[in-house]
Each structure stands twice: as structure tokens, then as C-alpha cells.
Write a protein that binds this ligand. Structure first.
Ligand SMILES: Cc1cc2nc3c(=O)[nH]c(=O)nc-3n(C[C@H](O)[C@H](O)[C@H](O)COP(=O)(O)OP(=O)(O)OC[C@H]3O[C@@H](n4cnc5c(N)ncnc54)[C@H](O)[C@@H]3O)c2cc1C
Length: 387
């Protein structure tokens, strides 16, 4: 029996059935690996709010056989940035061409699409330990049972300690911000035709998107040391109070969101990057390159990276060789996106009143092309300095 056949017949365990885990399972299935997803939730499609998929991720999903993604959600035509008085600061065109548009959609619709291949996931069980990753990884579960695998993919998200089986000291960095996300079963004419609206306050901002099929997706990000953060027995009541004077349709959409579906996630990032691979264990998704959500790229990066993994799997005999080549190809580019997301976050979450006014005035009055020419070299310079 060749090495590949042995690895394939022993199978790959995918720890975590989020977006990265489900896409990884499609990739492995395409290369005849037997794989099993391990997920603590009782259903793979449960929960979540919404997200934006950028054109590269939409294309990558189509290439991996999920072409129905184009029918999900709403293609975005433009993004409007405005201040808390409702004044437009910047209009960003997003419809580059018919097949190069970001899509806003609900997570549930995306998870249903990605969940087509799961014959035998192990649900309602979490993995507590992974040992012997150099040779034959052994997974231990919360109920004390164990499983041996030919390889293991750790897709357990930003806060998982399982990444330490690959990168012992790596931990996410706290960005001192929190977020709430929700999906409301209503549409709003201001979002019609594919308009996303982002409203920027001091240390707080709200994004609204049309998510298709009569739904709107929203998020709020709040700096944790900004004024006004209080204990919150009800997230929705607290948000309604906090955003009471902000322009519509913020209050309308948040009020229409079922309280129990609002998700709060503290913001963190995986910087500096952990090691992504050790022997037959590979980190993917947020476990490897979790980033601040300010460019809406976290899930997109996982998907685009996994398309690259799909390409290398056809070239290499063994899982660990393919994983090694994948890491070499995608680590640096993911690092750049992580840093760009961090910079976008600092720019959007400004809480100093003077800087806030300067930024808004520039955005409001400078022609977008000139702004782009000023900001891009600045970002590139900062990124080069950090590398
Ligand atoms: C406010 C906000 C807005 C965002 N907006 C966007 C956007 O517009 N576009 C975009 O591309 N990205 C966005 N992101 C980022 C995106 O949500 C993540 O990058 C993406 O969900 C990561 O997917 P993942 O599968 O790696 O991790 P996760 O989605 O965290 O999934 C990890 C899975 O592992 C499971 N798990 C955890 N521990 C264990 C264990 N011990 N054993 C087994 N399973 C386990 C969990 O139950 C979970 O199902 C946003 C993030 C935030 C916070």
C-alpha cells in the first residue's frame, strides 16, 4: 500500500464544522480522502448572523463546486459610509463587473450550501486534545473516547486551544472591542438594489446589508474603553439605547431582530501568526489566520486559501507534504490581509474627537480617487515596515 493510500484510508479528522471546516471537507472529498468532521454543536447549520463574501471567495466556492453561492444573498452594488448625523462621507462602488461583486448573505444559507457532503459528522462532541501530530494524530474527545487519524485539520476557530498541538505558545490577541451581529426578517428600501451602509460614530460603528430572501444583516462594533459601555442584561435593549439617536434604518432593523439570535463576539486576531503545520496536523481558518473583521475577510481568506490547498493536494503524495506546500504559499498573503484588516479597524473605530472630525472631513470632501492614492501608499509603507 502506498503512503497516500494509507493516509487516505486512515482518514483525516477535521476538528470544527464552521465555514473553514466544511470547505476543507469538500476539498478533501475531491481528492478521495475519507474525512470526518467533529463539531460540538448538534447541527452544522445552526446559528450565526450574516457576512459579506468578496468576489475572490465567491469564485473560489464556485470552483470548488458550490456554484449555487451566486444565488444566495444579495450582490452588493455600493457601500456608503456616513456619520451619525446621516451625512454621506464616502460612496464606494462595489459592482466591478457582473461576476465580480461581493455578496451579502446569511450564515445559515451559506452553511446549508457548504453542508452538502457530510455523510458522517461526529456532532455534539468536542475534541479536548490532539497528540502525536508528527506521526499518527490521536484525538481525545470530551466523553473520554479517542480516535486515531491519518492527519488532522484544526478548524476550531479563533479561541481554540487545540492550535497549541501545532503551535504551543500561540494565542489570539485581544483587540479591545466587541461586536454584536444579527439578522432581521425585514428589508429596507435604503438597502435595496445592493447597498451596504456603514455608520461611523466615536469608537462605535454599525453596518447594515441586504442579505436576500427578505432579510437584512447588521453588525455593531464597539470599542471596549469608549464611553457608554455598560452591563447589559439584554443586548438588544442596550443597543437600542446606545444607538437611539443614530440615523435610520438602524433602530428599525435592530428592533426587528429576535433577541435570542443576536450573537456577541469579542474581537481578536491571530497576530503574530502561529505556526500553521506540524507533521500531519494543519491549522486552517481563524485558528491559523484569524483577523479583525474590519475588511470582512476572515471567512473569505479561509475559503480562498482552501482553494489553494485543493491545488496542492493534486500535486503531492502525502498529506503532510501537501500541507507544507500550502503553508508556504498562503502564510505571507494571509499575513498581509490580517495587517490590512487591523489598519482598517484603527481607521474606522477612531474614538478621538479631533481625529474623527479630520477623517470624516477628508472622506467627505476629497475625491475618492485622490484618497485612494493617498491611503494606499501609506498602508503599503506601514506593511513593509512591519514585515
Ligand atoms: C463581527 C464580525 C463580522 C465578520 N464579518 C465577516 C465578513 O463579512 N466576511 C468574512 O469573510 N468574514 C467575516 N468575519 C470573520 C468570519 O466570521 C470568520 O473568519 C469565520 O467564521 C472563521 O471560520 P472558521 O471556520 O475558521 O471558525 P469558526 O466559524 O469559529 O468555526 C469554528 C468551529 O469549530 C468548532 N469548535 C470549537 N472548538 C472545538 C473543539 N474543541 N472541538 C471540535 N470543534 C470545535 C466551533 O463550534 C465552530 O463550529 C466576521 C467576524 C466577526 C466577528
Amino acid at each position: 500500500m502506498s503512503l497516500t493510500t494509507r493516509a487516505k484510508s486512515r482518514g483525516i479528522a477535521i476538528v470544527g464544522g464552521g465555514i473553514a471546516g466544511l470547505v476543507a471537507s469538500r476539498v478533501l472529498n475531491r481528492h478521495q480522502y475519507v474525512c470526518t468532521i467533529i463539531e460540538p454543536r448538534t447541527e452544522l447549520t445552526l446559528g450565526g448572523a450574516g457576512l459579506v463574501l468578496w468576489p475572490a471567495a465567491v469564485r473560489a466556492l464556485s470552483q470548488l463546486g458550490f456554484s449555487d453561492v451566486l444565488g444566495l444573498g444579495t450582490p452588493l452594488r455600493e457601500s456608503i459610509l456616513r456619520d451619525t448625523k446621516g451625512r454621506t462621507l464616502l460612496r464606494i462602488p462595489l459592482a466591478f463587473s457582473r461576476d465580480r461583486q461581493p455578496h451579502a448573505l446569511t450564515r445559515q444559507s451559506l452553511m446549508r450550501l457548504l453542508n452538502q457532503d457530510q455523510c458522517n459528522p461526529i456532532l455534539a462532541k468536542s475534541c479536548t486534545d490532539i497528540s502525536d501530530v508528527e506521526h499518527r494524530p490521536v484525538l481525545t474527545f470530551s466523553d473520554g473516547t479517542r480516535m486515531e487519524a491519518g492527519g488532522v485539520i484544526v478548524a476550531a476557530g479563533m479561541n481554540s486551544t487545540l492550535r497549541q498541538s501545532v503551535s504551543p505558545n500561540a494565542q489570539p490577541r485581544d483587540c479591545h472591542r466587541t461586536s454584536w451581529r444579527g439578522v432581521a426578517p425585514i428589508e429596507d428600501e435604503r438597502l435595496a438594489g445592493g447597498t451596504g451602509i456603514e455608520t461611523l460614530g466615536l469608537g462605535c460603528r454599525v453596518g447594515l446589508f441586504p442579505a436576500g430572501n427578505g432579510f437584512s444583516y447588521w453588525f455593531v462594533q464597539q470599542n471596549l474603553h469608549a464611553d457608554g459601555l455598560i452591563a447589559k442584561p439584554s443586548a438588544r435593549a442596550w443597543l437600542e439605547e446606545r444607538l437611539r439617536s443614530w440615523p435610520e434604518p438602524i433602530a428599525r432593523i435592530i428592533a426587528a431582530t429576535p433577541e435570542e439570535s443576536i450573537v456577541e463576539t469579542p474581537i481578536s486576531e491571530m497576530l503574530p501568526q502561529p505556526r500553521w503545520q506540524r507533521g500531519n496536523a494543519l491549522l486552517i481558518g481563524d485558528a491559523a489566520h484569524g483577523m479583525a473583521p474590519d475588511l470582512g475577510r476572515g471567512a473569505c481568506a479561509a475559503i480562498v486559501n482552501l482553494l489553494a490547498f485543493d491545488c496542492v493536494l493534486s500535486k503531492y503524495e502525502s498529506f503532510s507534504q501537501a500541507a507544507h506546500s500550502y503553508v508556504k504559499a498562503r502564510r505571507r498573503v494571509s499575513w498581509v490581509i490580517q495587517h490590512a484588516s487591523r489598519l482598517a479597524g484603527s481607521l474606522r473605530q477612531i474614538e478621538n474627537r479631533f481625529l474623527y472630525t479630520v477623517r470624516n472631513t477628508l472622506w467627505r470632501f476629497l475625491p475618492p480617487l485622490l484618497l485612494f492614492r493617498l491611503i494606499v501608499p501609506l498602508l503599503t509603507k506601514r506593511l513593509k515596515k512591519r514585515s
